[in-house]
Design a protein around this ligand. Structure first.
Ligand code: TYM
Length: 335
């Protein structure tokens, strides 16, 4: 039986961080053996918010390098750059006729970006979810490993696909957001204010390129409080976030010890020591990030290799994209 098709992408708008890794990339690495995988760097998407392109090529290379450093094998997956796949642009054009202004204006990410940059509310920003649907549907992907913040975009991609199928005949399967846990992941900023992100809250974001000392410093500064007031309390979200990170990089025994300390703590009898938890988390995080950082740096110094990898990825992706476009044109009657 043919393997199911998987697709996901990352915008080259800054340094990759733990949110990107635990929300998305960790799944990519696990999926590469089981599925037919396409992963790409979304450089067209970045133009909607980052029109200055002086740093773009560098950022694209870094995202490619960091994906490989995290464990993606370019022989197993197609790893490519969005602008190397013109097929996406044609599909974007067709899908734009399935998307309504009202629903695009209601998209959470659009409203957020309008709030942050009221002087740059361009049409590309408004139709961002349509381009994202085209990225997915160009390979007729069914599973899309993403973090929680992309859930609404996936719902929109399903709507556009359904409308296309309804209007012109069945071409697209229904793409679903995917995570190997039960729920999509959202890693919070270390100060507890919003999600970890490439552009906001940089001092509270751990980047895969951070030096050991920066990692330690940022984690030791992470928000905590005076400890739980009753045994088996519900954790505040910023404490839950530290446990989530710990569960990714520390041993199960270590996590259990701090879980037990938390659950046995109460007012006047605080057993959990957040200072110790953060020290342990910092040590384990440094061990986790250091080899990724080193491998990514090596790869970035080898531009020829990166070029070869993305060229090979684009070739594979274009074959798949061309076949989808053939079906799309036939369905519409554009052939
Ligand atoms: P981007 O570049 O913002 O983020 C890349 C991936 O990382 C996930 N992520 C997070 N997960 C958990 N916690 C966080 N704090 C966190 N921050 C980021 C994102 O959910 C994403 O999976 N629109 C996409 C890029 C894109 C795309 C696509 C993705 C373009 N076309 C097609 C999937 C399919 C974006 O801006 O991701």
């Amino acid at each position: 039986m043919a393997k199911e098709v998987v697709l996901s992408g990352i915008r080259p708008t800054g340094f990759l961080h733990l949110g990107n890794y635990f929300g998305a990339m960790r799944n990519y690495v696990r999926m590469q053996d089981e599925y037919n995988c396409y992963f790409f760097v979304a450089n067209w998407h970045s133009l909607t918010t980052h029109p200055d392109t002086r740093e773009l090529r560098n950022s694209v290379n870094r995202v490619v390098a960091e994906n490989i450093a995290c464990g993606l094998d370019p022989e197993k997956v197609a790893l490519y750059i969005q602008s190397d796949l013109p097929e996406i642009a044609e599909l974007y054009l067709y899908l734009n006729t399935m998307a309504y202004k009202g629903e695009l204006e209601k998209t959470t990410t659009f409203k957020e970006k309008v709030r942050l940059s009221p002087d740059n509310v361009n049409a590309g920003l408004l139709t961002y979810p349509v381009l994202m649907a085209a990225d997915i549907l160009i390979h007729r992907a069914v599973k899309v490993p993403v973090g929680k913040d992309q859930e609404q975009h996936l719902e929109m991609a399903r709507n556009f696909a359904e409308r296309f199928n309804h209007r012109y005949g069945d071409v697209f399967p229904s793409p679903q957001a995917f995570n190997y846990g039960t729920e999509l992941v959202k890693i919070l900023s270390l100060d507890g204010n919003g999600k970890m992100s490439k552009s906001e809250n940089q001092m509270n974001t751990i980047f895969l390129a951070d030096e050991d000392e920066q990692i330690r410093k940022k984690i030791m500064k992470a928000k905590t409080d005076g400890g739980p007031l009753a045994p088996n309390s519900i954790k505040p979200d910023y404490i839950e976030n530290l446990f989530t990170l710990m569960s990714q990089v520390s041993t199960p025994d270590t996590v259990q010890k701090f879980e037990d300390d938390f659950n046995n703590s109460s007012e006047g009898n605080c057993i959990i020591r957040y200072g110790d938890l953060k020290k342990q988390l910092a040590a384990d995080m440094v061990e986790f990030v250091a080899p990724i950082r080193a491998k990514a740096a090596d790869l970035q110094a080898n531009q020829d290799l990166l070029k070869k990898i993305t060229r090979q990825g684009a070739e594979k992706a274009r074959a798949s994209g061309a076949e989808t476009l053939r079906l799309v044109r036939e369905a519409i009657g554009m052939n």
